[in-house]
Write a protein that binds this ligand. Sequence first.
Ligand code: GLY
Length: 404
Amino acid sequence: MKKTFFLFSAILAVTVSSVAKPKPVDPSSIWFKKTTEVINIQLSKAAKTYKPGKNPRSVNPDGTVRLAGITDWTTGFFPGSLWYGYELTGDKALAEQAKKFTLALDSIRNIKNTHDLGFMLYCSYGNAYRITGDKIYLPALQDGAANLYARFSPTVGTIRSWDFSWWHYPVIIDNMMNLEYLYWSAIQFNKPEYTNAASTHALTTMKNHFRKDYSSYHVVDYDPKTGKVLRKATHQGLTDESAWARGQAWGLYGYTMCYANTKNHKFLEQAEHIASFIMNHPRMPKDKIPVWDFDVHNALDTDERAPRDASAAAVIASALLDLSTQVKDGKKYADYAEDILKSLSSDAYLAKPGENNYFLLKHSVGAFLYNSEIDTPLDYADYYYLEALKKYASIKKIDSLKKS
Ligand code: GLY
């Protein structure tokens, strides 16, 4: 009798405790869920509002939307955002729209006068192929990669970034981003020379673009006949010697990605040094969204000369999440990226549904000293924010939010 009573009490205790104690909610999934809902609304509305081939790029001071035509360096970001939006939400309508916006960019495969082919084709067609495996996306990717590779000079040891006439052979730190397209194409199209060009570019850039503190110059101009460095300068930063925030982000992302593709430890060391420069910078604001250039000395004031650049923060978050998976002590990188993503997902940066011309993020800077795209949404801020959220979801194993 006693035995039966104890057994009954034990079963009751287990049952009651399992009813009384609901499974604890992971606090990280609360902000993430809300963010995913905003993403679904904004991207769905944007895809219905804008036309393929004329993608939303930023917002003009008068409130109208600046559109990116096919030859604009940012044109691949909106289709890429739709693809990431599909992956984050599982909303098949976003995938259908992503396909339309991607295929409208087919003629980019004929462009030869810029290094930006990686941004333009890999972010759009590259994601389309990665997600669907549909071979219709391959011809544009194949032609674009050949055109990007054709800009590589073995004499200089880099890809030429721009063809603007006032430079001799300009290479910008942003160019590091486009190497990912070459590494991928080398395998996909069996072109080992692409890998060699990408790694040579990264090593030459490591030698010439970086200062002792691992901040980077924006532009290095070379003599195309000898490979000699002619000038180190800026195009979008505050001064030639300053640390333009997005440039530091491009470098961090670039070397993290080069290490992932080659396992060359020089690239990993470079990435960790750049991460340290960014993460320990005395002028990094508390919310970890940098001012557009780290050398704007009033960065911590509310002065209007110091607008934040959410695009730089989004690129840093995406890069740090990758870096966190490639090193033993990666938690510090993942935690920092999480802080950035929480800031970007707060009301201070993330649009309210239906507002912000259907962009996701507010407060980025394109080219401050050209008075261009200051404190505005930017298509690449949204793209790298979505990419970072996707990586975050995968690291944190958050997938229950998707629709079936
Ligand atoms: N690649 C141009 C920029 O970052 O503004």
